[in-house]
Write a protein that binds this ligand. Structure first.
Ligand code: ADP
Length: 680
């Protein structure tokens, strides 16, 4: 191109650019050598260079080579193919900022055949940054989900292992010769352990459901057995009340199904357990109907009670997590508010639905509809195993935790089995091999799943590789979901998975089934926490009508603990289960101090304190020290207690030392002899 024709073209283009300057989008024109021959104002602003610095230059003069090469290649495509292009490209401005652009390039040819590229740029930097942030967030969420599931599996193990020790040892302790007082202590440990395990299970299940990590098992089960398991568990609570627990099952209903019996039982335990909990007289009816079509029964299980009912405005929210119809501190019933939320999620996971209707003060009716596949496998095995002996069976136990090893050994010996206990998978394999070589038959191995270095899974897989010992059945004790593990291991039908801590009856059944080849898998029954009777009243009173301490506390275990502490301190005391009774007893007994729980049925600790302070004021009485004792150990709770008219604050669990210091501070006298005897 000679100088004249280039200038002439530039002049033409500049006329065009004069117009393009009016446009808000950055626009440029490049010649066939990738050189900018014209740029508009928006383009100059976008890159941060004046037009005179850009004209006659190319992308390579202003961009890192890698970026410039991308533009260059795109230009070539436009020039070679004489067609438009649209690309997302990176560029760098004069401040060194990395920018993302959507670059449209059009091929343009002058009348004398000279090719040009006309480019229009859209700045999409913000959009790209958002996209990148979203991708990063997704990556992090995936990572968090994996971490969460690992955390859950670990927590499940970490919590259940010591629970196993606590409850197992308490159970063993109860089998020894104990004084009535010791039996009482051991029973309390056991009951509290069960209650805690229920809460832990609920929280873990809830987290699993939230992380979509619940997997359903598909095994044959009998619905009547399943319901009876649940009602048997509630029998003692029902007996303590003026209550009938009724079960009606449609007579011709096929009752053997394939499904996750553990989860069905969990749902029923929660719904029936609630019905029993919230009903003090009348009945709880479990009414089962169903319709079978094409091998699927559409089950309808109704749980109808004559209890306290649910207010219409609460009915819509009770399936929400942590939701309780009565969320006040005067709550009379325990619970976490997770049960219904878990039950709903589980029912829906099984393809079913759950609904509720209720009349306040008249009763509540829950309706669960559940599609279940029918089976002809005989699963009604409720009468099984009771009289079958496993005495003389040779059982190898493998667990790295010595407490569990002891509990299992003791339990199995109680059943007259012969046991060998080892603490690692490798030792276990070597014992099996030695026994085989000596011609000793090992009937069964009980192995813990979670063990360091070589897990229960490693043990099982190694055992299966050795044809001499591959046929020996295994009971795997695991605190994680078994379905996935069983599938992964190709776990044989002769073996069984049990959740920890395994109930002794469940373990017994599993052993019988394996040894006698009955192939019944047992799933432990979830326990139900039993609420203390609200009107219990304990005292170690002197014959005068004065006591040292008035204790307002509704929880039976805490009442018991408080009474032991009081006795150790040599103090006279009276325990009442609610705020109303605290006011009555305070007027009657003029205690030296009151230990006041905050959350209590009928009247909470705050309201009781308010009434007491008002009476003291009206009658010109000197104030009784009121010490709040509460599990609400949140920051700021102490201030609230003081604002509400209390004098001091102790958080649960109560320590004897802090209680004593507190009582001394508030002028309660201790019996000197008892003090010396207990070396305070
Ligand atoms: P929790 O029982 O642990 O509080 P749930 O999720 O099982 O938690 O129940 C949530 C709430 O629904 C209960 O606190 C109670 O207020 C109400 N509720 C559930 N079942 C019944 C029932 N049968 N009768 C009355 N209220 C009920």
């Amino acid at each position: 191109m000679n100088k004249h024709s280039f200038t002439e073209k530039i002049e033409n283009i500049e006329v065009l650019i004069g117009l393009l300057d009016l446009l808000p989008s950055p626009v440029y024109i490049k010649d066939k050598n990738h050189i900018w021959v014209a740029v508009n104002n928006a383009f100059c602003e976008f890159l941060g260079y004046p037009a005179e610095k850009l004209i006659g230059k190319s992308d390579f003069d202003y961009n890192p080579a890698e970026q410039a090469q991308v533009f260059w290649d795109a230009d070539n495509r436009v020039l070679d193919n004489k067609e438009d292009s649209l690309d997302i490209e990176e560029t760098t401005n004069s401040r060194g900022d990395l920018l993302w652009v959507e670059s449209r390039k059009s091929y343009y040819e002058t009348s004398n055949g000279e090719p040009y590229i006309i480019g229009v740029i859209t700045d999409i930097t913000e959009l790209e940054l958002q996209k990148k942030a979203a991708l990063e967030a997704e990556r992090k969420a995936k990572l968090a989900s994996v971490t969460k599931s690992e955390f859950l599996a670990n927590m499940s193990h970490e919590i259940r292992t010591p629970m196993n020790g606590i409850m197992g040892m308490a159970e063993l302790l109860l089998n020894t010769k104990l004084t009535p007082r010791q039996t009482d202590f051991a029973n309390t440990i056991n009951q509290s352990g069960h209650a805690l395990l229920t809460i832990i299970n609920d929280i873990l299940d809830f987290s699993k459901a939230e992380a979509c990590q619940i997997e359903l098992e598909q095994t044959p089960f009998h619905l009547r057995n399943c319901i009876e398991d649940v009602t048997a568990l509630l029998a003692s609570t029902v007996n303590d009340k003026d209550l009938d627990l009724l079960v009606r099952i449609q007579p011709d209903l096929h009752l053997s199904y394939v499904g996750d019996v553990g989860r069905v039982r969990q749902i029923l335990t929660n719904i029936i357990g609630n019905a029993v909990k919230f009903t003090s007289e009348g009945h709880v009816l479990i009414d089962v109907d169903g319709e079978t079509r094409n091998g699927i029964t559409q089950l309808k299980i109704q749980v109808i009670d004559t209890g306290i009912g649910i207010a219409p405005d609460k009915l819509g929210t009770i399936f929400e997590k942590f939701s309780q119809a009565d969320g006040s501190t005067t709550r009379e019933y325990g619970g976490t508010g997770l049960g219904l939320s878990i039950s709903k999620q589980l029912t829906e996971l099984m393809g079913g639905e759950i609904s509720v209707s209720s009349d306040l003060d008249k009763g509540t009716s829950f309706s669960i509809s559940l599609p279940l596949e029918i089976t002809n496998v005989i699963t009604d095995d409720s009468k099984k195993n009771i009289d079958i002996s496993i005495s003389g069976s040779n059982i190898l136990i493998i667990d790295d935790n010595s407490i569990n090893l002891n509990i299992l050994t003791e339990q199995l010996r109680h059943w007259k089995c012969k046991t060998i206990a080892v603490d690692s998978a490798q030792m276990g394999l070597s014992v099996l091999k030695q026994a085989f070589n000596k011609g000793i038959k090992i009937d069964l191995v009980i192995v813990d799943y979670q063990m360091p270095i070589h897990s229960g899974e490693d043990f099982y897989l190694d055992k299966q590789k050795d044809s001499d010992i591959a046929d020996i059945p295994v009971i795997m004790l695991s605190s994680v979901d078994s379905t996935e593990l069983r599938n992964r291991m190709g776990f044989g039908h002769i073996s069984s998975f049990l959740s920890k801590p395994a109930k002794s009856s469940v373990l017994y059944n599993a052993i019988v089934d394996i040894i006698y080849g009955l192939d019944k898998r047992s799933i432990p029954i979830k326990s139900v926490s039993v609420k203390s009777k609200s009107d219990s009243f304990h005292s170690r009173n002197t014959d005068s009508n004065h006591v040292d301490i008035l204790i307002a506390e509704d929880n039976e275990v805490n009442q018991k603990y408080a009474s032991y502490v009081m006795e150790e301190l040599g103090l006279t005391y009276v325990i009442v289960p609610n705020g109303k009774m605290a006011i009555d007893k305070w007027q009657l007994l003029s205690p030296s101090a009151i230990l006041m729980d905050i959350s209590m049925p009928k009247m909470n600790g705050y309201d009781a304190t308010k009434v007491i302070r008002q009476i003291e004021k009206d009658r010109f009485l000197s104030p009784t020290p009121i010490i709040a004792v509460t599990a609400h150990s949140m920051k700021g709770d102490d201030k609230i207690c003081l604002q509400k008219g209390m004098d001091d604050y102790l958080s649960k669990p109560l320590s004897k030392q802090s209680l004593k210091e507190c009582l001394v501070k508030w002028g309660v006298c201790f019996d000197a002899k008892l003090q010396a005897a207990h070396k305070w």
